[in-house]
Design a protein around this ligand. Structure first.
Ligand SMILES: Cc1cc2nc3c(=O)[nH]c(=O)nc-3n(C[C@H](O)[C@H](O)[C@H](O)COP(=O)(O)O)c2cc1C
Length: 184
């Protein structure tokens, strides 16, 4: 897929050492947009799916169980490019029989793993700091709260701010991922 080649080139590599932060937009039960920052833990080099670790009890996970459509926006300050990835989300939960969820769990830092043992995200704060462990080794395996949101892009747009005029390109699965130049 051309867009994945372009994204890899713009990022330097899809497997980077610094975390790739993106904005994930989902739709809530009333059809309202909600957006928040997430870490892209993995971008599959075969199908371009983007993997995000997220708490099963969080709002975004509840949203995507109901409304599968989501958009992820990546801003790359160097080379001043935005990528918008639109598509359907699947959720790797406790029922995932493959090793994929466990592998991602083992790849997390101890500090990132610990957050899945914190009290329910978004609820009123009622516990002291003791309820929020700082670190958690990989141990036995992921708890029920650990889920992986996997975005399967069907449309990708890139906006390049460096050239004049800016360049905007769209790729759509339904058009065999052929690059379509658009007005910026
Ligand atoms: C830089 C940054 C990275 C973040 N990465 C993640 C992440 O990978 N997964 C996640 O669930 N939340 C992440 N968060 C927290 C979310 O932005 C959000 O506050 C939290 O997931 C609750 O969102 P929700 O109630 O919409 O589900 C991150 C926040 C920041 C500031």
């Amino acid at each position: 897929m051309d867009w994945l080649v372009e994204l890899s080139a713009s990022m330097g590599s899809v497997q980077r050492s610094t975390p790739l932060i993106a904005t994930l937009a989902t739709v809530d039960f009333l059809g309202r947009p909600r957006a928040r920052s997430v870490v892209c833990r993995r971008i599959d080099e075969d199908d371009g799916s983007v993997w995000i670790a997220s708490d099963a009890r969080s709002e975004k996970n509840e949203h995507v169980r109901e409304h599968k459509q989501a958009e992820l926006v990546i801003w790359l300050p160097q080379p001043r490019e935005q990528f918008r990835l639109f598509g359907n989300m699947t959720v790797l939960d406790l029922r995932d029989q493959t090793a994929r969820r466990r592998q991602l769990w083992e790849d997390l830092s101890d500090a990132a793993r610990a957050m899945f043992f914190w009290p329910t995200p978004g609820r009123p704060l009622e516990s002291g700091a003791d309820a929020f462990p700082k670190e958690m080794p990989a141990g036995e395996g992921p708890p029920e709260s650990f889920e992986v949101l996997v975005l399967h892009p069907t449309q990708v747009e890139r906006l390049q701010l460096q050239p004049h005029p800016h360049q905007r390109t769209r790729w759509r699965a339904e058009r065999d991922w052929k690059a379509e130049p658009l007005n910026p």
